[in-house]
Design a binder for this molecule. Structure first.
Ligand code: NAD
Length: 442
């Protein structure tokens, strides 16, 4: 007897022709991502860290021995068919930007110089008050924010035509914008469009890119914690144009560790009295986050995870008094090689306290690049499968997953992975795996 048969296969348009991946922000993450895709295409690197390239999915019963690669189960764009474009407020091409970002070795930079130098940024939509620490010259000028949005639409359509693209997706890889709550201008598509025409001060540059993308039929994923599409106005546009959206803030280093460890403590009903997290980071992202308003966006994004996983309202004796604190310090000598420390105060049987220390010496952009790839390919899949609105099945990739109104986000990495794989099974009409052994009930 099957567990849950999800029914017939969902119709998915084939991934024919070229896929354009468009990246606002050509800094450390974007250039590391582009260089890595090219390294894989040339056969000099393996796609380490990428679920779409290396991940498998079990189908049927454990005894069936059916575990195809995800890319064999669902039709994903091939890396050979991917073309890149980007925007930045600095005119550096991807080679110059990658050299400044300091992620890739001199050898890798030399090896991919020809490829990276060919990717030049388009002029950015930028407003200093949203990213206080950066001042750029390579920026668009326009009569109004609507005019800027139309210029971005022109960029998208120009890229489509030039590269003879079949489809495109946009993944925000630009700096974290200053913290903002939704304002009246974000209440509906009509107020937002009026606001664009009147250059409403509450409309951030990221929202102008997102608006342009969704208007042009391009799915949008938000790699930073800024609001962007997480507003009624842009969700209305996504629904109206049947576009998938997803966000926010790539889950890579410390939050990836946190959302993987916290489920283990809860599973064993171990208490947590405190979780203190701190980081040193020396890249441009660190410099931007040194501004309190940009840090506030990041802090809100990082703080939510534990509360949702540990559910203090259900386990008051274990988590009600947990003290959680997150810090990021800009420390230039480390560049992109962020170091994170976590001190976790836990307690067990009869209340005896214990401590866990996590010291993660990571490479931020090395962790983020495969996430960008997976998101681009899965967002394109979602569009071809007719899925629109918030793609909660991609929560796996986000520090602060977007959810439909009234729902709480799922932060537990392992539940997120199960949700993602079950969505893929569903698309193919395969049984959903619930890990329920039916032999006990026969
Ligand atoms: N690396 C990670 O692990 C990680 C994890 C989560 C989120 N992020 C987020 O991803 C984003 C990129 O990170 P990064 O390390 O590449 O940063 P970065 O500073 O190296 O690159 C960001 C680039 O965006 C450009 N930019 C800023 N505003 C822009 C605009 N309006 N339009 C076009 N370009 C603009 C900047 O000039 C810069 O070149 C940041 O928001 C960061 O917070 C990164």
């Amino acid at each position: 007897m099957p567990l849950t048969k999800s029914g017939p296969t969902v119709e998915i348009k084939p991934a024919t022709g070229k896929l354009g991946i468009m990246l606002p922000g050509m800094g450390a993450v974007a250039t590391t991502f582009m260089a890595g895709v090219e390294a894989i295409r040339r056969g000099v690197s393996k796609p380490i860290g990428s679920l779409t390239q290396m991940g498998t999915v079990r189908l049927g019963k454990r005894t069936d021995n059916r575990s195809p690669l995800i890319k064999e189960l669902v039709p994903l764009a091939r890396l050979e068919d991917v073309v890149f474009a980007g925007w930045d407020l600095f005119p550096d091409d991807a080679y110059q930007a990658a050299s400044k970002a300091g992620v890739l070795s001199k050898e890798h930079l030399a090896e991919f110089k020809d490829f990276l130098s060919g990717i030049r940024p388009m002029t950015a939509v930028f407003e200093q008050k949203f990213v206080k620490r950066l001042t750029g010259t390579h920026i668009k000028k326009g009569k109004s924010k609507m005019d800027m949005a139309e210029q971005v639409m022109g960029d998208i359509n120009g890229f489509r035509k030039r590269e003879k693209l079949d489809r495109a997706v946009m993944v925000w890889c630009a700096s974290t914008e200053a913290y903002r709550k939704p304002a009246p201008v974000h209440a509906s598509l009509a107020t937002f469009e009026k606001g664009l025409a009147a250059s409403d001060p509450e409309i951030a540059p990221s929202q102008i890119y997102a608006y342009a993308a969704l208007k042009c039929g391009v799915p949008y994923a938000n790699g930073a914690p800024n609001l962007t599409v997480d507003t009624p106005a842009l969700l209305e546009l996504a629904r109206k144009n049947s576009m998938p959206v997803s966000g926010k803030d790539f889950k890579t280093g410390q939050t990836f560790m946190k959302t993987s460890l916290a489920p283990a403590f809860k599973a064993r009903l171990l208490g947590v009295s405190g979780w203190y997290s701190t980081n040193i980071l020396g890249n441009r992202d660190g410099e931007v986050l040194d501004d309190p308003e940009s840090f506030k966006s990041k802090e809100v994004s990082k703080l939510g995870a534990l509360e949702h996983i540990l559910q203090p309202h259900l386990y008051p004796d274990l988590y009600r008094n947990m003290y959680h604190s997150v810090h990021i310090n800009y420390y230039p000598p480390r560049g992109d090689n962020k170091e994170g420390w976590d001190n976790i105060d836990i307690f067990g049987w009869m209340g005896y306290p214990m401590q866990i220390k996590v010291n993660f010496l990571c490479r931020d952009s090395i962790l983020a690049a495969p996430v960008v790839l997976d998101l681009a390919l899965f967002m394109d899949l979602a569009q071809r499968a007719g899925m629109h609105g918030i793609q909660e099945w991609l929560s796996f990739y986000w520090k602060s997953p977007m959810t439909a109104e009234g729902l709480y986000p799922e932060h537990d990495t392992f539940i997120q992975l199960m949700k993602l794989k079950n969505t893929l099974r569903h698309l193919r009409g395969e049984e959903l795996i619930t890990h329920l052994g039916l032999e006990y009930y026969d």
